[in-house]
Ligand binder design. Structure first.
Ligand code: AP5
Length: 217
């Protein structure tokens, strides 16, 4: 069965953590627009050079750029069996474009999951998030620390780094952008009868259990 799931929710709520697990369990592809952009920034491509300043300031990258990127990525072979969208759509025009691009393929988003957690918890989580610059594995110094101080478990000797946009001031800006530009999508998908709300507080395993139950899979 081919399933297309949209993950919505503020920064730090666990979209990446849950999306990776969901995609791996069902062999769906994971399309994370944040990861695609960070990869472009690291490789200094034209996209990366254009996106970097906006990302570092906690602002969104323009809709037309993101829509083109997802149109191409979701048409790749590995997405035919289904995909999980982490970080897209983030605005109403992006949601409209997703509906149109899927409709043109005789498809539609099957479900939109809205994760939620209190803002102060999100700030705490993101302040403690670290990632391995080699394999991009993410850790949390409080809830999911590496075994050896601040080094990657899979790459001993490689010191974990903090994302530029995880500094507290930028996190608060990202939360504001979420409230203003992305949270209207909850009503958008509620109106289509596709929204499933999932509380994202509590242990990662419990959240995953609630997510699976909400999706019936
Ligand atoms: P993106 O990378 O998508 O950032 P985000 O939405 O802000 O999401 P995060 O990655 O910060 O958080 P998450 O919800 O995935 O949480 P995670 O699982 O990592 O986008 C970055 C930027 O790219 C945007 O600001 C924008 O500039 C641009 N961009 C991307 N897409 C765009 C689009 N469509 N349009 C325009 N611009 C776009 O978890 C966070 C931490 O919490 C981790 O340390 C984790 O270990 C921990 N954690 C997770 N779950 C739990 C739990 N249950 N309990 C305790 N800790 C937990």
């Amino acid at each position: 069965m081919s399933v297309r799931v949209v993950l919505l929710g503020p920064p730090g709520v666990g979209k990446g953590t849950q999306g990776r697990r969901l995609a791996a369990q069902h062999r769906w592809s994971l399309i994370s627009t944040g990861e695609i952009l960070r990869d472009a920034v690291a490789r200094k491509t034209l996209l990366g050079l254009e996106a970097r300043k906006r990302m570092d300031s906690g602002l969104l990258v323009p809709d037309d750029v993101m829509i083109g990127l997802v149109r191409d990525r979701s048409a790749e072979d590995d997405s035919a069996a289904g995909f999980v969208l982490d970080g897209f759509p983030r605005t109403v025009p992006q949601a409209n474009a997703l509906d149109s691009m899927l409709q043109a393929r005789g498809q539609r988003p099957d479900a939109a999951v809205g994760f939620d957690a209190p803002a102060e918890e999100l700030v705490r989580r993101l302040s403690a998030r670290r990632e391995c610059p080699v394999c991009k594995r993410t850790y949390n110094l409080v809830t999911a620390p590496p075994q050896n101080n601040q080094e990657c478990d899979d790459h001993p000797g490689t010191v974990l780094t903090q994302r530029e946009d995880d500094k507290e001031e930028t996190v608060r800006k990202r939360l504001q952008v979420y409230r203003e530009q992305t949270s209207p999508l909850l009503d958008y998908y509620r109106g289509q009868g596709r929204l499933r709300m999932v509380p994202a507080t509590g242990p990662v395993d419990d959240v995953y259990h609630s997510l699976s139950r909400a999706l019936g899979c």
